[in-house]
Write a protein that binds this ligand. Structure first.
Ligand SMILES: C[S@@+](CC[C@H](N)C(=O)[O-])C[C@H]1O[C@@H](n2cnc3c(N)ncnc32)[C@H](O)[C@@H]1O
Length: 233
């Protein structure tokens, strides 16, 4: 089981200073040159899948939500993160949509309620660049996917991306940077492989598409209508 310390380390790095450089350093430089997945692919994933009532898990700077297109001019947004600075900054960037914010650990059951975080009601849930920050093996990281399933309406879309360390081609530069981030507790992805990600998606969703770019896996999937049969883990 991940320790509380590991969970805290996976989100503590996102202070005001890191968030101020995140769009340029992570989404610009690292995405293109280290992970070899230019951010336009993540933005395309958002543009394809965000519904009018959208829940974003681990929004960071909210760059993608700020630049994606929603089906209507007034989407209903909820942002969930463990880090209060992230929630403040992302909500401020998206103030035009008046998003709701919830502080919670994605590895624990979310605090669903009928007003701020209604279960089974979201058209889409985004989980972008978060799984590699979460401690634990795939079965333990799967708690975040369970939260997405609980939040989505039947037929709702789940999507995002994560940085993998095996089952994909990893360059020397990517391996070295991941080693540094894992040693500092910023990443927890030393055992994250492509097959494990597919397994976690297969046991919860239908209509699954996983696209690998560099050592990033972009995923999109649908919550089954009630009664549908899924692969068992
Ligand atoms: C790398 S950032 C991703 C930001 C954004 N989704 C993007 O793609 O640009 C990871 C985000 O996940 C959040 N996070 C990490 N671990 C978490 C946890 N256990 N529970 C909730 N949020 C977490 C961080 O605070 C941060 O906002």
């Amino acid at each position: 089981m991940p320790t509380d310390e590991e969970v805290v380390a996976g989100q503590a790095i996102y202070n005001r200073f890191v968030l101020a450089t995140y769009d340029i350093y992570v989404l610009g430089f690292s995405n293109r040159l280290i992970w070899r997945c230019p951010k336009r692919h993540m933005l395309d994933n958002y543009r394809r899948n965000t519904g009018n009532r959208h829940l974003d898990l681990g929004p960071g700077t909210a760059y993608l939500l700020d630049h994606c297109r929603f089906p209507t001019a007034s989407p209903e947004l909820t942002l969930v993160d463990l880090n209060p600075t992230v929630l403040r900054m992302s909500a401020s960037r998206l103030a035009r949509y008046r998003p709701a914010t919830v502080r919670a650990d994605l590895l624990r059951p979310l605090p669903f309620d009928d007003t701020t975080l209604p279960p089974g009601s979201y058209d889409s849930v985004g989980l972008n660049f978060v799984l590699h920050c979460l401690p634990g093996n795939w079965a333990e990281k799967g708690a975040a996917l369970d939260n997405a399933v609980a939040a989505l309406r039947p037929g709702g879309r789940f999507f995002g991306s994560t940085i993998l360390s095996s089952g994909v081609k990893v360059t020397g530069a990517a391996r070295r940077l991941m080693a540094v981030y894992n040693s500092k507790g910023i990443f927890h992805n030393t055992d994250d492989d492509l097959a494990g990600l597919r397994w976690q998606l297969d046991t919860r969703f239908t209509d699954i598409q996983v696209t690998v770019r560099g050592n990033v896996a972009l995923f999109e999937a649908t919550k089954p209508e009630s009664g549908a049969t899924l692969a068992t883990g």
